[in-house]
Ligand binder design. Structure first.
Ligand SMILES: NC(=O)c1ccc[n+]([C@@H]2O[C@H](COP(=O)([O-])OP(=O)(O)OC[C@H]3O[C@@H](n4cnc5c(N)ncnc54)[C@H](O)[C@@H]3O)[C@@H](O)[C@H]2O)c1
Length: 364
């Protein structure tokens, strides 16, 4: 069975559908033939992917706060979804230092309310909580973290996501293993990039904001390395995981890593240089007083479990990741003469085609 066979005609409820990942996921699911329902706060800017793709007209959209457990539960009862994906969160590390209370409130109680809503809605057969690679206790070692490594997190965002994982595991052990019909899991992925992300204080959105204004970006952290991943990579993991939970059941419960390949860490400078190889009209400056500081060893995800049991692995090489990302932003910038929804669909189709060419089969 293909992803289309599984999701076609099913009701899928996504929390956080007005955000970067959630909006791409809504488009992909709609393309697979699902009936998509979203619950989230209103989009934050006119450039949000949700807005520029005019998603409000394409899917069922409900504005609501995940901290409002009753409203979320009522929405689940009204929709009676087959699948539920929890992406609504306060996702920024910097903001979590400014607002730890709001971050913990949204990321912890939002998760509790999500699982309470799933528990109260027997139509849900498969549900996935989306967290992050930062949920692990970072021991600064060079090996990838496995799903059974301890949770941790020093900054409020990372700690809140470690807690969200613990909450999910507690609901699994206490309720979903013994009662109800939902099979549940959590998904951990790293930093993602792609068209439609205009969040503040992220290097790629910052680069394209400067590019739009005809300015050069001042890169203060050129030597920082990151595990760059296109947004479609973790989304293909979430969709596969949801499908396996739906078709095969509880053996797919628990945590799953959806990170990049081991050797795919590049510096910020290498990433921007790669963009400039493809489109030399942008540019950047490195301030003359920049020094190469010691960086904490990057937290890496071991993806053997997903590769072995879900047959999932990243599809795009570093060069392809950059090309997909650049195309996404070029589409965003041409907004006036482009149907952005169709442009996103085209990228999803190209990504799916590349997966086929590389013999990555998303079938159950
Ligand atoms: N973007 C990344 O690089 C990345 C990396 C790892 C994990 N994640 C995780 O993926 C998920 C989605 O991230 P994103 O980058 O799309 O973030 P985003 O900020 O673009 O979107 C967040 C979504 O959550 C919603 N939301 C926030 N607070 C809410 C509340 N109180 N009630 C209801 N909805 C609320 C927003 O309205 C929005 O729809 C998050 O759980 C995030 O932690 C993201």
């Amino acid at each position: 069975m293909s992803l289309q066979d599984i999701y076609r005609g099913k009701k899928v409820l996504i929390t956080g559908h007005t955000g970067f990942k959630g909006s791409w996921m809504a488009i992909w699911l709609k393309e697979l033939g699902a009936d998509v329902y979203g619950y989230a706060l209103a989009p934050q800017s006119e450039m949000d992917n949700f807005v520029i793709c005019d998603l409000e007209k394409q899917i069922n959209h409900c504005e609501g706060d995940v901290r409002d457990g009753n409203k979320l539960k009522d929405y689940f009862q009204q929709v009676q979804p087959d699948f539920a994906f929890h992406l609504a969160a306060q996702p920024l590390v910097l903001l979590s230092y400014q607002d730890p209370l709001g971050t913990f409130d949204t990321n912890l109680m939002g998760t509790v309310n999500f699982w309470e809503a799933v528990r109260a809605t027997p139509s849900v057969k498969a549900a996935v909580n989306v967290t992050t690679d930062k949920c692990y206790d970072n021991k600064e070692w060079v090996w990838g973290y496995r799903e059974n490594d301890p949770m941790g997190g020093k900054d409020p965002y990372s700690a809140s996501k470690g807690c969200s994982e613990l909450i999910t595991n507690s609901y699994l052990e206490s309720f979903f293993k013994t009662e109800g019909t939902a099979n549940i899991a959590s998904a951990r992925a790293g930093n993602v990039i792609g068209g439609g992300d205009w969040a503040l204080d992220r290097i790629i959105p910052d680069y394209f904001r400067a590019f739009k204004k005809g300015e050069k970006l001042e890169v203060r952290n050129p030597y920082a390395t990151r595990p760059w991943q296109h947004v479609l990579e973790p989304l293909s993991g979430y969709l596969n995981l949801g499908a396996e939970l739906f078709v095969k059941g509880k053996e797919f419960s628990g945590g799953w890593n959806f990170g990049p390949e081991d050797m795919s860490n590049y510096t910020v400078q290498e990433l921007i240089d790669e963009i400039l190889e493809l489109d030399s009209t942008g540019g950047y400056n490195i301030p003359s007083n920049t020094v190469k500081l010691h960086e904490a060893i990057l937290l890496k995800l071991d993806i053997s479990k997903a590769a072995n049991f879900l047959r999932w692995k990243p599809v795009l090489s570093f060069k392809e990741t950059v090309a997909f990302t650049l195309k996404g932003y070029q589409d965003d910038i041409k907004i006036a003469d482009l149907n952005l929804y169709q442009a996103r669909l085209k990228q999803i189709e190209e990504y799916t085609e590349k997966a086929k060419q590389k013999s990555i089969q998303w079938v159950i």
